[in-house]
Design a protein around this ligand. Structure first.
Ligand SMILES: C[S@@+](CC[C@H](N)C(=O)[O-])C[C@H]1O[C@@H](n2cnc3c(N)ncnc32)[C@H](O)[C@@H]1O
Length: 244
């Protein structure tokens, strides 16, 4: 049986696990890269990769049994533009992102992340300041970061943190606070489940601007402000200065 959740801060999941270079992952490593963080059983990417052969698709997932099942399906379908890796997105990943050729990362999707509702567990949530800083550094201007969730209490602080970074803007015509539709051609597994119950999905598409990546300490301060809205701290008021 596959566990519902694993603690990403437990010692086993904090072990460094460097990612292989693109050449070892994809048939044509020069294609633009789509990165899906928290790809679970992989059915979304297994359906998307043949629809979008002009991109490589990489699914990162912390639950190893799901990655093994997804990889078996990927091999059976002979998809050279798709890979799944067993990884904690907050460990060893920033170095790999920074090693990507400039402009290669085209799209990052973070869809229906685990909520970790208890305040003391918020540190287990996947979008941490270090990951956001690394994504912002790897995404060239105009490239996209797509977030969606069915839980306002989860997506609102994510959106606030991304906005506090100053590195991303929404397309001017996108409605606020949430996009009306999904820019991707297929729903994820969780999205299907939520929509089938007639429940709302909250979505935001961000585009990387030309703004420099803030210093990590500033982004961490912004994250604390986002996490403590009752304390009167306004994330937008936290001065976020660029990395020297
Ligand atoms: C609620 S599921 C959503 C799966 C899929 N994105 C969807 O929309 O159907 C969130 C997934 O993120 C994975 N995950 C959580 N923390 C992670 C981390 N630090 N690194 C990689 N994957 C993570 C979980 O194991 C889980 O499979």
């Amino acid at each position: 049986m596959v566990r519902q959740h694993v603690n990403p801060l437990s010692r086993f999941y904090l072990q460094p696990r460097p990612l292989p270079p693109l050449e070892q992952l994809f048939a044509d490593p020069s294609l633009p890269l789509h990165l899906d963080i928290g790809s679970a059983r992989g059915r979304f990417l297994l359906a998307l990769a043949p629809l979008e052969p002009h991109r490589n698709h990489l699914g990162l997932e912390i639950r190893r049994p799901l990655v093994e099942l997804a990889e078996a399906d990927r091999i059976a379908a002979d998809l050279g533009n798709l890979r799944f890796l067993f990884r904690n997105a907050n460990v060893s990943f920033d170095e790999w992102l920074l090693s990507l050729p400039e402009g290669r990362l085209a799209l990052v999707t973070l869809q229906f992340p685990d909520p970790w509702f208890k305040k003391k567990h918020h540190k287990r949530r996947v979008l941490q300041p270090g990951l956001l800083a690394a994504l912002a550094a790897a995404l060239a201007p105009g490239r996209e970061l797509f977030l969606q969730s069915d839980v306002p209490a989860v997506i609102e602080p994510m959106v606030a943190l991304v906005e506090a970074s100053g590195c991303f803007a929404r397309p001017p015509d996108d409605p606020r606070p949430w996009r009306a539709d999904n820019p991707l051609p297929l729903p994820t597994e969780r999205e299907r489940h939520v929509l089938a119950q007639g429940l709302p999905v909250y979505r935001v598409l961000f585009q990387r601007t030309t703004a420099p990546v803030p210093a990590l300490a500033d982004l961490e301060a912004a994250a604390r402000a986002v996490d403590n809205p009752g304390d009167g701290a306004d994330p937008a008021a936290v001065p976020v200065s660029p990395t020297p």
